[in-house]
Design a binder for this molecule. Structure first.
Ligand SMILES: Nc1ncnc2c1ncn2[C@@H]1O[C@H](COP(=O)(O)OP(=O)(O)OP(=O)(O)O)[C@@H](O)[C@H]1O
Ligand SMILES: O=P(O)(O)OC[C@H]1O[C@H](OP(=O)(O)OP(=O)(O)O)[C@H](O)[C@@H]1O
Ligand SMILES: O=C(O)c1cccnc1
Ligand SMILES: [Mg+2]
Length: 565
């Protein structure tokens, strides 16, 4: 089979396309649909028109967004590794070219297709933020330089690789901030994701954004993310009573003694009823008890039960505690429970009280700190609300709202031409906020002496960089009167080389855990007022005096003075 990322060829050659996907992604760790034809037709149309006009100018494009998502004031940049894998593998295959020959107008000259077939990215230079960095509006996340037709061809694919990855990573980081540093966060979104690729990407990027694990097994295999999970209501409701248990026995941890876990559990249930745990034996559903016993026999060291199929406090929790006590008798410690409906704050507190009482009555301290997992349509606002109410949840399983980014379904990254053959390019707009910052630029983050970021600064690329301890005039990009001198304690050059003359710059690449750690550290250092949920303070984006004058003069030059009649 060819090494090229050619979806058609692969499917023809493989009997199992899913297996094919696994193999390709583990080889390239990239969806096999990510290839040069995964683009908008107009990119190829422009490439032809450029080629026909022999317009092979040296171009500079910036990839950036204008507004942070989720009514927030920060964004986490993710997707760089995927972009670079795409860049590394960029090659039109023979069947791509055959297809384009048939799909484009007949008068398109054949030599253009030869040009496309021979195209490579050896003359392209890419500078980017390190993956997992915080990024703010208008700061170029990537600066891509090279022959105009070729860089233009990269636009759509780079955008699709950065937009969702950054959006969902930012979303996950907001859920992390809302839940607090020490809560366990599990991503359960695959079933609700926007297709298989959305699901796989969400699992990877939610982990990067601060989740601890995923239920998505393929994501675990491909990205070495911890896989976690409990069981579903169907497992509970499939059991009717104890007679459904095929095997009731479990071997002791310390001897060869075999215990009848069903009898033991029934004994403990009876004891619990006597100790006035506020339920009666006939309220505790026997099918649920049987399901819990069956699950505990299968996973004696990892017993975690879903307790809301019938009634949490009258059935699920008493049944769980009975089985957990029986397991303890055999030498195992149960893990905890999951709540998937009802008032999660109230129920979690009630369950914790129940556990504390069991701990006291049976003299088993570990019962106090059994894990309480909560799920069911949880979003960022609900996490904040639960915190305000007070709850006893240790772990959240979150799917739909996390992976679909319910609060804002797309990040608006754009790809804009800023310079051609050294000539700055401008895209004017009625809305000044939408006008591009022309010219090739550098981007810096200036820090105070505590290591807190103060402002981001854009300069022209041929300016001297700001220096530690030296006052630098930082200007608001639009408002003339807003400016300040700043003596940074640290200056970070944000745009680092990642693809130079056809080669990856390995030292600027990070592992998935390295990227995740960068997100955590940078968010820790960002001032709280930029991170708060309600009306956060915008982080300051500034430009140098030279860049300010340059762009304002250009905007004026490009806007002829009108005549009022
Ligand atoms: N204490 C709470 N404060 C705020 N929101 C909560 C609280 N407890 C649960 N929620 C949320 O309220 C919503 C409850 O949804 P809904 O009423 O459809 O579920 P339910 O009836 O409890 O469960 P189900 O329909 O699965 O039986 C969910 O989004 C859930 O996360
Ligand atoms: O609610 P989410 O944040 O998407 O988390 C994932 C959900 O998926 C599962 O059940 P599913 O929703 O499929 O069925 P259920 O609601 O009837 O339990 C699970 O029990 C969660 O409720
Ligand atoms: O493991 C779980 O509990 C789980 C996984 C996916 C969706 N809902 C729940
Ligand atoms: Mg649900």
């Amino acid at each position: 089979m060819s090494d090229k990322l050619d979806a058609n060829e692969n499917i023809i050659n493989e009997t199992n396309p899913f297996e094919n996907h696994i193999r390709l992604t583990s080889k390239y760790e990239l969806n096999n649909a990510v290839q040069p034809l995964l683009t908008d037709l107009y990119q190829i149309s422009m490439a032809y028109a450029y080629w026909k006009n022999q317009k092979n100018d040296n171009a500079v494009f910036d990839l950036f967004f204008r507004k942070n998502p989720f009514q927030g004031e920060y964004t986490v940049f993710a997707g760089l590794e995927d972009c670079l894998k795409y860049i590394q593998n960029f090659k039109f295959s023979t069947s791509d070219i055959d297809y384009l020959r048939t799909a484009m107008p007949q008068y398109v000259e054949d030599e253009f297709f030869v040009y496309l077939e021979n195209m490579n990215l050896n003359d392209i230079q890419i500078y980017a933020l390190r993956e997992g960095s915080l990024v703010f509006p208008r700061i170029p996340i990537m600066r891509i330089e090279g022959p105009l037709p070729i860089v233009q061809l990269l636009e759509t694919t780079l955008l699709v690789l950065v937009n969702y990855a950054s959006l969902v990573t930012t979303n996950a980081s907001r859920f992390r901030l809302a839940a607090g540093e020490f809560k366990n966060l599990l991503e359960f979104g695959l079933r609700r994701a926007q297709g298989p690729d959305g699901g796989l990407g969400a699992s990877k990027y939610c982990y990067i954004g601060g989740f601890d694990g995923t239920s998505n097994v393929l994501a675990g295999k491909l990205y070495s993310i911890p896989i976690r999970g409990t069981h579903a209501h169907s497992f509970v409701s499939s059991y009717n009573d104890l007679s459904d248990l095929h095997d009731r026995t479990l071997k002791s941890v310390v001897s060869d003694e075999m215990f009848d876990l069903a009898n033991l559990s029934m004994d403990y249930l009876t004891q619990l009823e006597k100790f006035e745990f506020n339920f009666s034996l006939n309220e505790a559903n026997r099918g649920e008890l049987a399901a819990f016993i069956g699950y505990a026999i299968a996973f004696p060291s990892d017993f975690l039960a879903l307790v809301d199929t019938y009634n949490v406090l009258k059935s699920g929790v008493p049944n769980f505690c009975a089985v957990a006590l029986a397991l303890h008798k055999v030498g195992y410690r149960a893990k905890g429970i999951r709540l998937d409906s009802g008032d999660l704050a109230y129920l979690s507190n009630k369950v914790r009280d129940f556990f504390k009482k069991v701990a006291k009555v049976f003299q088993l301290d570990f019962f106090e700190s059994l894990t309480i997992v909560a799920s069911n349509d949880i979003n960022e606002d609900i996490l904040h609300s639960l915190n305000m109410q007070g709850h006893s949840i240790d772990s959240f399983g979150i799917g739909t709202h996390l992976v679909t980014c319910q609060k804002q379904p797309a990040l608006g990254c754009v790809f804009k031409l800023v310079e051609v053959n050294g000539r700055p390019c401008v895209k004017l707009s009625e809305d000044v906020q939408k006008a591009t910052f022309p010219g090739k630029k550098n981007a810096y983050r200036l820090y105070d002496k505590e290591g807190i970021p103060l402002v981001d600064l854009l300069t022209r690329s041929d300016e001297d960089e700001p220096k530690v301890g030296e006052a630098f005039l930082c200007r608001h990009p639009f408002i003339e009167t807003k400016r300040a001198y700043l003596s940074p304690s640290k200056v970070e050059n944000l745009l680092v080389p990642v693809w130079i003359n056809g080669k990856l710059v390995q030292e600027n690449m990070d592992s998935i855990d390295g990227i995740r750690e960068r997100v955590r550290k940078q968010l820790n250092r960002l001032r709280n007022d930029h991170k708060r949920m309600l009306n956060p303070t915008p982080y300051k984006i500034t430009v140098s005096r030279t860049l300010y004058d340059f762009i304002h003069n250009l905007w004026l030059d490009y806007t002829p003075i009108g005549e009022l009649k």
